[in-house]
Design a protein around this ligand. Structure first.
Ligand SMILES: *[C@@H]1O[C@H](CO)[C@@H](O)[C@H](O)[C@H]1NC(C)=O
Ligand SMILES: *[C@@H]1O[C@H](CO)[C@@H](O)[C@H](O)[C@H]1NC(C)=O
Ligand SMILES: *[C@@H]1O[C@H](CO)[C@@H](O)[C@H](O)[C@H]1NC(C)=O
Ligand SMILES: *[C@@H]1O[C@H](CO)[C@@H](O)[C@H](O)[C@H]1NC(C)=O
Ligand SMILES: *[C@@H]1O[C@H](CO)[C@@H](O)[C@H](O)[C@H]1NC(C)=O
Length: 304
């Protein structure tokens, strides 16, 4: 009987204690639709890593990503591979070609470049660029910078139904004596910013390849912009140490310094160092430990 009561007491006691601690650890984690927002991202200002501040916004369960080139819808965040997939309505796909220079392309603020970039297996296919485009300048013997990226390129993209529908002529030559090609595929690395205005292009498409295999046909490609994000090693270590002590990783009002949020106080290191409120957690666990020992000792001495 007494064992049962003790077990019951322990159960109640632990359910009272554990939730506040885990709630504290997750105070920045949230959802937008079915997408989990977690470190280094965060929705409220002060949550996540400062390199990703003012980046994500949740509107009617749709997660939006905002950088200097414009807004995109986030289709997926892959925390294991540290990447996310973006889409926007003015991006051409295999089904539709959007012209008129309304597309975002892709460019981030210079200070963000250290934190995110399209992956190497992402092809940007620039459509309807003018012969005066910087894309076609500075290449001797009229050689084009256009190429296939990870098995994807314009030659195959021309096979999409969108091209037939648009009635666009296809050129597909690697030299442009007879005018620029209708489409030119390049990796992000080649030009660092996909700015349709600066490149004088009418539209663009973007596709990425995650499989090690060549994909069969442009109808099977994954359309969207695949962006790899990263956090410097020592910043990652800061967050690891912070969350290991029950804190939540965030940043200060300057938008630069990382802070560890420990319930009702913030720390510049982790929740086990320095401050009065930082002491409450270890103290609490010592109290629980002491109580458990007391109960166990009492239990065994009565049973034997
Ligand atoms: C989220 O929901 C969309 C449909 O609304 C679905 O296509 C997608 O696979 C879902 N993602 C996850 C991770 O469950
Ligand atoms: C801790 O930092 C967060 C994020 O900057 C801020 O919202 C919060 O008010 C701070 N809390 C305290 C107690 O300073
Ligand atoms: C794109 O290029 C135009 C013209 O050079 C410039 O005004 C604009 O600020 C650029 N956009 C971005 C996002 O860099
Ligand atoms: C791209 O790949 C296609 C199909 O494999 C090929 O026909 C074409 O010559 C390649 N283009 C370039 C520029 O390498
Ligand atoms: C202790 O808390 C104060 C204010 O809450 C903060 O300014 C200070 O950085 C903290 N110190 C440490 C070591 O966490």
């Amino acid at each position: 009987m007494q064992t049962l009561l003790t077990a019951l007491f322990l159960l109640i006691f632990s359910t009272y204690l554990i939730p506040p601690i885990s709630a504290l650890a997750n105070s920045c984690r949230s959802y937008c639709g079915n997408i989990t927002i977690d470190y280094p991202f965060g929705l409220p200002y002060g949550c996540g890593h400062p390199g990703f501040r003012d980046l994500l916004f949740c509107m009617n369960d749709i997660l939006m990503f905002h950088v200097s080139s414009g807004s995109y819808r986030v289709m997926e965040i892959d925390y294991a591979y540290q990447s996310l997939t973006l889409h926007e309505p003015h991006m051409s796909t295999c089904d539709t070609i959007v012209l008129g220079g309304t597309g975002n392309g892709f460019a981030v603020e210079p200070w963000r470049e250290a934190y995110m970039n399209p992956i190497a297996d992402n092809v940007f296919m620039l459509i309807g660029c003018s012969a005066e485009s910087p894309l076609f300048q500075g290449f001797p013997e009229k050689h084009l910078p256009c190429r296939n990226v990870s098995g994807m390129g314009c030659e195959e993209y021309y096979g999409c139904p969108a091209w037939e529908r648009s009635g666009h002529k296809r050129f597909g030559s690697t030299h442009f004596g007879s005018g620029p090609p209708a489409c030119c595929g390049i990796p992000f690395e080649a030009i660092k910013a996909i700015n349709l205005t600066r490149l004088q292009c009418e539209g663009y498409s973007s596709a990425y390849n995650l499989a090690p295999l060549r994909l069969d046909g442009p109808g099977g490609w994954s359309y969207g912009i695949r962006v790899k994000y990263s956090v410097q090693e020592n910043d990652d270590a800061f967050c690891g140490s912070c969350s290991a002590t029950g804190g939540t990783c965030g940043y200060g009002s300057d938008g630069i310094r990382q802070v560890c949020m420990c319930g009702n106080s913030n720390s510049t290191s982790n929740c086990d160092s320095g401050n009065a409120s930082a002491l409450t957690r270890p103290l609490m666990s010592k109290m629980v430990g002491g109580l458990l020992t007391y109960i166990l000792v009492g239990l065994t001495s009565k049973q034997i």
